[in-house]
Write a protein that binds this ligand. Structure first.
Ligand code: FAD
Ligand code: DLZ
Ligand code: SF4
Length: 512
């Protein structure tokens, strides 16, 4: 009798090039499932749930068309028990499966759930997801015994290991590993933004199923004009368009923010990559090829800036996640306790930068890196919001939010709740940075240059208040010495007025 093997494909494991699919095998039954355990562990943005279900359904269709056997549980199917393990167990019994296979999940929570199932009677066989450029434990092993996990050290090793932008002596092409200094420009006045376009499709059927199931979501959607890439073909098309239209300016304007455009020269590839429709290596190689073939069109700072995000930051964050979970999820270095103001769910604030970043996140399930780090994240850190609250918001709202990359960026890089594992100092700023990188302050009711009194920008007093409150915890940080010098030398009256202003804003946080 033929051995029946069940192979589980999770919603973020849509890798058509995985060796599992190399040949058709009638003994293998692939299983995919839309389940409440995954839709409800946090309140997700409606566009995120639609994108995942749409991508999963289309992936199942592709496998079926190729001749593979697929059991697909839709969210409203009568036999769906709404849990990965329950569906797996009953399916295994039903088809008389003798083995269950799965790929390494990216989330600790799901890893634990699947491990608990493996204690049951059936052999459980685990494969790599064949997506990342590092193994789960590579970063942990690399930094074994060391206190600091420097991203830059890791990134350079990755450049050499994967022979990306290095010469035959393993030295960086162009003589430098990092072109960050050139990548901090604001959008110039009168600049015409010519970037990738929005390509919409109809996702009403998936959307109706989600409504019918009664899944609680946040944010808005126009299901007939849905634009997130949900197939490999769409992801490759977006990559090509990105290389053609946005890459030439990616680095220069990667930190810029503007009211005029919600993604500027960013790629919008994070969702497709995180659900594995497209691989990091193919994106890196494509971008590298553009540079080598047309170096007159693509400057090295644009190319290196983009590659660093994927080969450096993305892999590094995953490495930190597996090195530090589960302790990471409860770290709260500053012991922050405040709740997020309710306007994080409505955008109803007078602070123009926050209004803009939040409205955009609710409407598009997207904000780019600097909006996440230096607007919403900056505000949450300066106002002492509990990292659990911040994590829940980021994990829910963004199209690309999966815990391994969300928590390390949010709790780590943005909130410094890990005490400095990911970042060497907290990312906070007053209005001057936001003004330097955006056009938000021009249309704001608050005054960017004012610290105290009527109309003073809240970021200005909250900034100093944060350092004053956390002086003990931060004073030995060599990167903050100059800042503490400035604060400690300020005249006492001015200091006290600033602290009072911050206190007033904190007490009235709901009305900012
Ligand atoms: P681009 O700017 O075009 O960058 C290209 C790619 O680089 C991205 O698609 C992404 O895969 C990778 N990348 C860039 N920065 C990072 C980073 N810091 N960490 C990991 N990968 C990176 N990214 C997520 O994928 N999921 C998250 O849940 C997430 N949460 C974040 C939370 C905070 C507080 C911050 C500051 C950043 C977060 N990021 C997250 C990183 C980054 O903001 C997004 O990857 C990026 O905005 C996605 O848009 P894009 O594809 O247009 O990126
Ligand atoms: C995020 C998500 C959602 C909303 N729904 C599903 C689902 O119904 N079925 C599924 O297999 N995966 C879903 N996902 C993605 C999972 O959360 C992801 O696969 C795990 O977190 C493992 O990283
Ligand atoms: Fe934001 Fe302050 Fe600028 Fe207003 S003035 S947009 S609140 S930084």
């Amino acid at each position: 009798m033929a051995r029946k093997v069940i192979k589980l494909i999770l919603g973020d494991q849509l890798n058509e090039n995985h060796s599992w699919f190399d040949k058709i095998d009638d003994e293998v039954l692939f299983v995919m499932m839309e389940v409440r355990s995954e839709t409800d562990y946090v309140k997700h943005h409606i566009q995120k749930v639609v994108a995942i279900f749409d991508a999963m359904r289309k992936f199942a269709e592709i496998l079926t068309d190729k001749g593979h056997q697929v059991k697909y549980f839709k969210i409203n199917d009568a036999d769906n028990q709404q849990s990965i393990t329950k569906n797996l167990e009953s399916l295994a019994q039903q088809v008389g499966a003798q083995e269950i296979h799965h790929q390494l999940p990216d989330e600790f929570r799901v890893d634990e759930e699947l491990k608990s199932l493996s204690k049951n009677r059936l052999p459980f066989i685990v494969s790599d997801s064949e997506h990342f450029l590092t193994t789960r434990d590579e970063l942990k092993n690399l930094f074994e015994g060391k206190k600091m996990y420097l991203m830059e050290t890791f990134y350079r090793k990755m450049r050499v290991k994967h022979q990306v932008l290095v010469d035959s002596a393993n030295q960086p092409v162009g003589g430098k590993w990092n072109f960050d200094q050139e990548n901090r420009k604001k959008v110039p006045k009168n600049h015409q933004i010519q970037t990738t376009e929005i390509k919409a499709k109809d996702c009403s059927e998936v959307y109706e199923d989600i409504l019918k199931a009664g899944i609680q979501t946040l944010g808005t959607i126009n299901p007939t004009q849905f634009h997130w890439t949900t197939t490999r073909t769409e992801a490759i098309e977006l990559l090509e368009e990105f290389v053609e239209k946005a890459l030439p300016l990616f680095g220069t304007l990667q930190d810029a923010m503007t009211e005029k455009h919600w993604y500027l020269y960013h790629s919008r590839l994070s969702f497709a990559m995180n659900v594995k429709l497209i691989s990091p290596l193919e994106i890196i190689r494509r971008v590298e090829k553009a540079y080598y073939n047309e170096s007159e069109r693509y400057e090295l700072n644009q190319i290196e800036g983009f590659i660093r995000q994927i080969l450096g930051w993305r892999e590094y964050m995953r490495g930190i996640y597996w090195a530090k979970m589960p302790e990471y999820a409860s770290m709260n270095f500053f012991s922050h306790q405040r709740k997020l103001p309710s306007w994080f769910w409505t955008g109803d604030t007078k602070m123009n930068c926050l209004k803009h970043a939040i409205d955009q996140s609710l409407d598009q399930a997207y904000a780019h890196h600097i909006q996440r780090l230096m607007v919403t994240g900056n505000f949450a850190l300066l106002t002492g919001i509990h990292p659990d609250e911040v994590d829940q918001w980021y994990l829910g709202i963004y199209i690309d939010a999966f815990e391994w990359v969300e928590i390390t960026n949010t709790r780590g890089m943005s909130q410094f709740a890990d005490g400095g594992i990911v970042g060497s100092k907290p990312y906070v700023s007053s209005a001057s940075y936001i003004d330097k990188m955006s056009d938000y302050c021009q249309n704001c009711l608050y005054k960017k240059e004012v610290k105290i009194g009527e109309g003073a920008c809240p970021f200005n007093s909250l900034y100093w208040n944060f350092f004053d409150a956390n002086q003990e915890k931060l004073k030995s940080n060599p990167r903050l010495g100059m800042m503490f010098n400035v604060w400690n030398k300020m005249n006492p009256k001015q200091k006290s007025e600033i602290l009072h202003q911050a206190e007033y804003y904190l007490e009235n946080i709901e009305r900012l």
